[in-house]
Every structure is written in structure tokens, then in C-alpha cells.
Design a protein around this ligand. Structure first.
Ligand code: ATP
Length: 322
């Protein structure tokens, strides 16, 4: 293998640049030519491909976002779209491809690999941490710290006004961000899909807490299909308890910002591991980190298997938020 490519796809996540940097450095050390494909699969279809030298990865380790840009491409879902992408890969002579993204990105890449034989390696890059085959995804640590900072600030104003707050965090149908940022922020209650709680029960618990002298509280809510569900929840709780509350939806601020040290280290490690996987002929795998060791997971497991919340952390809720 002499030429490899790298792209970022799906939602951006802090640490993607550190990962690109790691891959560029590893490629050059191993005398491989590395190309950056801009704007994910859309850019691949258009042939938006640039050669990355050492300088291209200078001073990007601390930057959020992705220097390559990211996108979602409907055209790539079609065989015709992928045929255009294949032609671009062949014209450039790219034999191995590193995909930084989520399970959708890996699914598309797997089809591409089956259709043209290009070797692919996935790297989990998403703030949601909902990727099977790794303890943490790139961007998650930064996102929970951003959410935590917001929760701490809300705590100040909640305490000052004796108020109930609902803080809605991202997570795309999973409770990873809500669970860890909520535990760290001392949230009183958690609404997360993996540990269901009815509005009746939430209302009862809040009433009990307030009766026992609590004067303010924070409920961390994992976003559902439609961001903003917390407004309805707050209204339902008010209808049942009479408690007035405020809602804060953190939204996309959780996606941005300088990556945390932990994300930079993870991203650097996975970027270099992905290059090594291509060199070793380990195409068709995602490189992740499990118990601090590099782990190789067949790509299809990433969309066929579901990662569970850490039971040690969900068990904590019974103690901490009581
Ligand atoms: P995130 O976790 O941030 O959403 P993701 O990689 O899961 O990341 P998706 O939007 O699901 O994000 O996928 C990214 C892109 O991968 C899509 O826009 C599409 O181009 C391609 N893709 C996803 N699923 C498929 C599929 N089944 N077949 C072909 N291409 C796909």
C-alpha cells in the first residue's frame, strides 16, 4: 500500500483534528502518501481531494471541528453515487481509506469497500459515545465537560432563585452524555432512555425532595427525536405538581470547542492505530480503545450491536439522586 485517504463524516466532534494529525504523522513515518478528502462522502464523489503533508497537520491538535469539513451525503447512499466515488479513488490511486465518523459512515464505507476492494478502517468520532467497540468515542469527553460547565452555571442561578431546571443535553437517543455530565454536575434527576422514568414518578420524586427541604433542583434530560422535548416535560411536571421551572437546551455548543486532553490523546492514538491497521491488512475493522488497549471491532458490529451504558454508573443513580 502506497497511498491512503482520510475523511471525516457525519456529525463533527472535538478531537477529529487531533486524529487527522495522528494519521498524517503515522502515514508519513511509514512512507505512505496520505490524501485528505474534504466534506466526507460528498467531497469524495466530487473529487475534492488534497494531498496532506506534515505541514497540513501543524497546529491543529487543539482545534475543534475538522479541517477537512464534514457532511452527510444522500447521493453516496446510491450505487451510482458510490460509483463516482470509486472513480475518484481510482484516479488518485488510493488503496486504503480511514473513515472518522459513526456507524452510518462505516456502513457506507463497507459498501464502498465491497464494490471496489478499497481497504477501509473506521475510527469512532462522535460526541454521543453511542458506538459499539470502544469505551469512548472521540469528542465525548469534551462534550461532557462542556455540558458540565453549563450545568454548574445553571446550578448557580437555580440556587439563587430556588428554581427547578431542566437541562437538555445531546445524545441522539442515548443517555451517555446525560449520565456522565449529570453525575458530575450532581443532577437531582435523570431522564435517559436506558433507565426509563415516567413523568408521574419524576413528579413524585421532585415533590418528595421539595417537601424534605430541597429548594432547587436540576433534571438532566437526554434529547429525544426532536430537540426541545424538555419544554413539554416541564409543562407536564407543572401540571402535576404546580412547580414552575426553566428549561435550558444546550444544543450544538456541545459539538464545538477545543478538545480535552483525554480526547486529544485518544484521537492521536486511534489516528495512528488506523494507519497501522491498514499497513497490517486489517481492513474492515474499527479501531477503538477498550480498557486502555487498542481494540479491533468488525465494522458490521458497529451498526448491528448496541453499546450499553456502564451499569456501574447507572447503579450510582440509585444512590446519588435519591
Ligand atoms: P453521527 O454519529 O455523527 O450521526 P454517522 O456516521 O452515523 O455519524 P450518518 O449521517 O448516519 O452519520 O452517516 C454519514 C454518511 O454515511 C451519510 O450521509 C451517507 O452518505 C453515508 N451512509 C450512511 N448510511 C449508509 C448506508 N446504509 N449506505 C450507504 N451510505 C450510507
Amino acid at each position: 500500500m502506497r497511498k491512503i485517504g482520510i475523511l471525516t463524516s457525519g456529525g463533527d466532534a472535538p478531537g477529529m483534528n487531533a486524529c487527522i494529525r495522528g494519521a498524517v504523522r503515522a502515514a508519513l513515518v511509514n512512507h505512505l502518501e496520505i490524501f485528505g478528502i474534504r466534506w466526507g462522502y460528498s467531497g469524495l464523489i466530487r473529487g475534492d481531494i488534497v494531498s496532506l503533508d506534515r505541514r497540513a497537520a501543524t497546529n491543529i491538535i487543539y482545534q475543534g471541528g475538522t479541517i477537512l469539513g464534514t457532511a452527510r451525503s444522500e447521493e453516496f447512499r446510491t450505487k451510482e453515487g458510490r460509483a463516482k466515488a470509486i472513480k475518484m479513488l481510482q484516479d488518485t490511486g488510493i488503496e486504503g481509506l480511514i473513515l472518522i465518523g459513526g456507524d452510518g459512515t462505516f456502513r457506507g464505507g463497507t459498501l464502498l469497500s465491497q464494490e471496489c476492494g478499497v481497504s477501509i478502517v473506521g475510527i469512532p468520532g462522535t460526541i454521543d459515545n453511542d458506538c459499539y467497540g470502544t469505551d469512548y468515542t472521540i469528542g465525548f469527553d469534551t462534550a461532557i465537560n462542556t455540558a458540565l460547565e453549563a450545568i454548574d452555571r445553571i446550578r448557580d442561578t437555580a440556587t439563587a432563585h430556588d428554581r427547578l431546571f431542566f437541562v437538555e443535553v445531546m445524545g441522539r437517543h442515548t443517555g451517555f452524555i446525560a449520565l456522565e455530565s449529570g453525575i458530575a454536575g450532581g443532577a437531582e434527576e435523570f431522564l435517559i432512555p436506558e433507565v426509563p422514568m415516567s413523568i408521574d414518578e419524576l413528579s413524585r420524586r421532585l415533590e418528595k425532595n421539595f417537601k424534605e427541604g430541597k429548594r432547587s433542583a436540576i433534571v438532566v434530560v437526554a434529547e429525544t427525536e426532536q430537540p426541545g422535548e424538555s419544554f413539554h416535560i416541564a409543562q407536564e411536571v407543572k401540571d402535576k405538581t404546580g412547580f414552575d421551572s426553566r428549561v435550558c437546551i444546550l444544543g450544538h455548543i456541545q459539538r464545538g470547542g477545543a478538545p480535552s486532553a483525554r480526547d486529544r490523546v485518544l484521537a492521536s492514538r486511534l489516528g495512528t492505530a488506523a494507519v497501522q491497521a491498514l499497513i497490517d491488512g486489517k481492513g474492515g475493522y474499527m479501531v477503538g480503545e477498550i480498557n486502555r488497549e487498542i481494540a479491533y471491532t468488525p465494522l458490521k458490529d458497529t451498526w448491528e450491536k448496541k453499546k450499553a451504558l456502564h451499569s456501574g454508573l447507572t447503579d450510582l443513580l440509585k444512590v446519588l439522586s435519591d
